[in-house]
Write a protein that binds this ligand. Sequence first.
Ligand code: PGA
Length: 253
Amino acid sequence: MLKVRKKLVIGNWKMNGCLERNASLLAELRLMGSSERVEVVVCPPFPYVSQAKEILAGSAVSVGAQNLSSFKDGAYTGDVSGSMLLDLGCSLVIVGHSERRSVFGETDHVVATKVALALELGLKPILCVGETLAQREAGEAEAVVQAQLDGVLAVVGAALASDVVVAYEPVWAIGTGRTATPDQAEVMHAFIRAHLERSGVAAQKVKILYGGSVTAANAPLLFVKPDIDGALVGGASLVAESFSLICAAAAAI
Ligand code: PGA
């Protein structure tokens, strides 16, 4: 029998927070009950990873990071390596978020290098892919996402790629309040899974998360779709109540 993929909900705090505000948010998240059906992770900015680890110790919520260096170690001022994240107790790392690609100029090659490094270290990479509004309107959404996946597959190979979590985040839905409809998202998730399968990846094992204006209201509608295995949540992860409701929606499926 096919094993059901456990849902995964990740909070991406982006560059938000301070010690005091984090402490109250984390104290509320600590209270979240554990569930067999969903794994919950928060990704604070680097300086707050240890604070999050400390406050969430013994709780059902784990801690990840938003980025890692494409280098292993050495003279790379300002960078943070994957092994440092492991050392701090991070279980996963977001790679290739559209803000990294568009604001910081990360190419598919840099993203692929980071995914490979994370895998080598045993840090689960959350590979973000997604098209812009102009690309969607030009009918290029699937080709863009496929090229982003292929860039990574070419470097890490199909066998290791089954350990990657993919997050489909249409750029036009991030922070805009404009979510992809559950049907639009499911079509792309099914396309991603089919493409991974065609490429020789054990695609039924791969979690594919949706990201882009996920809220407590739309999460249940997204989570019922067969190829949507959870969410990468930005804005709503900064509010304990909405993030907890999104996690509860995932656990209820
Ligand atoms: P959002 O961000 O939920 O605020 O749209 C999602 C993301 O960028 O990961």
